[in-house]
Design a protein around this ligand. Structure first.
Ligand code: CAA
Ligand code: NAD
Length: 289
């Protein structure tokens, strides 16, 4: 099978980018959202991103318009029934994801490949919930999907060889470099990145340095494109907290997975990062306020 029609569930920070790169690479895309407002917001983001890429001469206007035309928004899971691949990019909550995959297992044609963009949870658990564990993979894209070159392709102990190969080929078709990863917490990148972000927060909790100085340290001293606090605000403090809470629950004795109290506090206060206008920094749209 060659993947031609792709369903993307969730059109938020990650889902809109996945839908976009899939459409730009010639796939027909069905974008499923929880409600009309969220769908319109997600499609608006795709349009703005495509316009930006046209402005920067990264893509021709005709190609951008054609890609946008290949994306159909929906609120009905039944519209995913004949997709060759469905990529889930909803909230980082394993119970909600399991429920969704159980529904997809009953809705989609038997050949459909299921993929999750989860940052941290077991892909195998979602495969079991779908009732077809051999057709389940992880396709972990990076934020912003339009610009980041990596996709982790996660193979569970049940993923069929041809399913893994198809998912990898899809990632390549989307212009990404695939890295094969086992179904471990955080796969390759987040297993390193998330404990680093948490340690940066602990550094500020201890009063060792300010977020601005830690960021200056890592951008100017290590040539990272963003310091950890800018990156935390970019990823979303809610998503980072969900990742750490899930790991803490499943691996209570791993010190690297200890949840910083300051992260919990920020989320409690609704300071989720760029998406709410404030996290560790204040934001005016894409720019630091
Ligand atoms: N679509 C189209 N264009 C976009 C865009 C998008 N989604 N996002 C940014 N751009 C544009 C910008 O508007 C900008 O255009 P102008 O030059 O006209 O202003 C251009 O791309 C470059 O952006 P920046 O000026 O911000 O320049 P930059 O060189 O800093 O690049 C970046 C931006 C690629 C995001 C870079 O800052 C970067 O690599 N940051 C680190 C990102 C990162 O680490 N991501 C991983 C997060 S972790 C994760 O994803 C895993 C997980 O599970 C949590
Ligand atoms: P987000 O909150 O920006 O978007 C999630 C979207 O899913 C929302 O628009 C919401 O309305 C929608 N949604 C929720 N439940 C739904 C359902 N049952 N059906 C349809 N739509 C539903 O979150 P995000 O940052 O895009 O994260 C999505 C996933 O991608 C998470 O698993 C996250 O861990 C992972 N991820 C996030 C990042 C990041 O940098 N934020 C990077 C890589 C992977």
């Amino acid at each position: 099978m060659t993947i031609k029609k792709v369903g993307v569930i969730g059109c938020g920070l990650m889902g809109h980018g996945i839908a976009q790169v899939a459409a730009v690479s010639g796939h027909d895309v069905v974008a499923l959202e929880a409600d009309t407002g969220a769908l319109e917001k997600g499609l608006g983001r795709i349009r703005r991103s495509l316009d930006k890429l046209v402005e920067k001469e990264k893509i021709a206007k005709d190609a951008a318009d054609a890609a946008f035309g290949r994306i159909k928004g929906t609120g009905d899971t039944a519209d995913l029934a004949d997709c060759d691949l469905v990529v889930e990019a909803i909230v980082e909550n394993i119970d909600i994801k399991k429920k969704l995959f159980a529904e997809l297992g009953k809705t989609c044609k038997p050949e459909t490949i299921f993929a999750s963009n989860t940052s941290s949870f077991s892909v195998g658990v979602m495969g079991d919930a779908s009732g077809r564990p051999e057709r389940m993979v992880g396709l972990h894209f990076f934020n912003p999907v339009q610009l980041m070159k990596l996709v982790e392709v996660v193979r569970t102990e049940n993923t069929a060889e041809d399913v893994f190969a198809e998912a990898k080929a899809f990632g390549e078709a989307c212009g990404k470099v695939p890295v094969a990863a086992k179904d471990t917490p955080g796969f390759v990148v987040n297993r390193l990145l998330v404990p680093y972000l948490a340690e940066a927060i602990r550094m500020v909790e201890r009063g060792d340095a300010t977020p601005a100085d830690v960021d200056a340290g890592m951008t100017l001293g290590c040539a990272h494109p963003m310091g950890p606090f800018t990156l935390l605000d970019y990823v979303g403090l809610d998503t980072t907290l969900f990742i750490m809470q899930g790991w803490r629950r499943d691996y209570p004795n791993e010190p690297l997975f200890e949840v910083p109290a300051l992260l919990e506090q920020k989320v409690r206060e609704g300071k989720l990062g760029r998406k709410t206008g404030e996290g560790f920094f204040k934001w005016d749209g894409d720019k630091r306020a």
